[in-house]
Design a protein around this ligand. Structure first.
Ligand code: SF4
Length: 323
């Protein structure tokens, strides 16, 4: 843990994000259902969960790309919902996002120079910043060359496009970067290069990451703390090493068992989850995981477990660990 990690950079206070279903029958989709947490400055906070668990919606809420239905987000001590005008723009500079698919988030009709110019145009900073020099600096930071500036996105490889996405996120010198499945669309070898780059940039620029992935293995590689999400809720939250040594929640155990590992007998054990992920518009009663849990009991079907501390900094929402 670095010295910076004593300061809270992000505080999410009882965040709920609900969406109306397409029709009356589909009901309300509870994408994020009452999440509170703090992210420390200089930390990489990893979030893992299956597709549709609400992790991306929650990440977008932290940088104000998604308005919460209720609850508050504080970034660098300021309530992001209250900000307007100049203060709002300042806050937007502090929190940036890297998206999953670099091909989809770069305008195909603009050159890389024009794409990297955009943040300075949007924030009216072309007079106060030497934009050309800053763009060259950004290229160097992400390992691209000057000749890439005249290229269009389709002329770059997947890894190069993601480097452009990272450079764009860095342009306004943010404090927090939400990495939303930032390496999921890349080949495994390129994934490793981009993960290394993110790690180098974090150290060099004192960044804080909110790192989202469906892949627990990837989250393990980069995170200081890891939260496991299931149907809009955090079911386990712990420092990386604590979670690696001891998974309490049956869902985390199943996710971890999906990472290929050979035990001392030379065998790989995998816990296969039965059934589909239930719809977030009609989640199961009690513990949302009870329809797929191998350790379910009667109480789980009616009573939702609270997130409780089971060892220092290690929180779990499961009746197996209620005192
Ligand atoms: Fe399984 Fe019950 Fe724990 Fe939910 S509360 S994870 S159903 S044991």
């Amino acid at each position: 843990m670095t010295e910076n990690q004593n300061n809270v950079l992000v505080k999410a206070d009882h965040i709920k994000v609900y969406f109306k279903g397409k029709n009356k029958k589909s009901g309300t989709v509870k994408a994020v259902d009452d999440i509170s947490l703090e992210i420390m400055e200089g930390e990489t906070f990893g979030v893992v969960g299956e597709s549709g668990c609400g992790k991306s919606t929650f990440g977008r809420t932290l940088v104000r790309l998604q308005k919460p239905t209720s609850g508050k987000v504080f970034l660098d001590g300021e309530d992001t919902a209250d900000l307007k005008g100049k203060k709002l723009k300042e806050m937007c500079r502090k929190g940036q996002i890297i998206f999953q698919d670099p091909s989809a988030c770069l305008n195909p009709r603009r050159t890389i120079r024009q794409i990297l110019m955009e943040p300075f145009e949007i924030h009216n900073m072309k007079k106060e910043v030497d934009v050309d020099a800053r763009i060259l600096e950004l290229l160097q930071l992400v390992g691209l060359d000057e000749y890439h500036l005249s290229r269009y996105p389709h002329e770059l490889s997947g890894g190069q496009k993601q480097r452009v996405g990272i450079a764009r996120a860095l342009a306004l010198s943010p404090k927090l970067i939400v990495c939303d499945e930032a390496v999921s669309a890349l080949d495994v070898s390129v994934q490793a290069q981009v993960l290394n780059l993110l790690q180098e940039l974090k150290e060099k620029l004192h960044l804080t990451y909110f790192f989202i992935s469906h892949n627990l293995n990837v989250v393990y590689q980069v995170s200081d703390r890891v939260a496991v999400m299931y149907l809009g809720k955090i079911v386990e939250l712990a420092p990386y090493d604590s979670l690696y040594e001891h998974r309490y929640h049956p869902y985390t155990e199943a996710l971890l068992s999906a990472i290929p590992q050979v035990d001392e007998n030379g065998q790989t054990e995998r816990i296969r989850l039965e059934g589909e992920v239930p719809s977030p518009s009609n989640p199961p009663s009690g513990c949302h995981f009870h329809t797929r849990c191998t350790k379910v009991c009667e109480r789980c079907k009616t009573e939702a477990p609270d997130l409780r501390e089971v060892s220092p900094g290690h929180l779990v929402a499961c009746h197996l660990y209620d005192r």
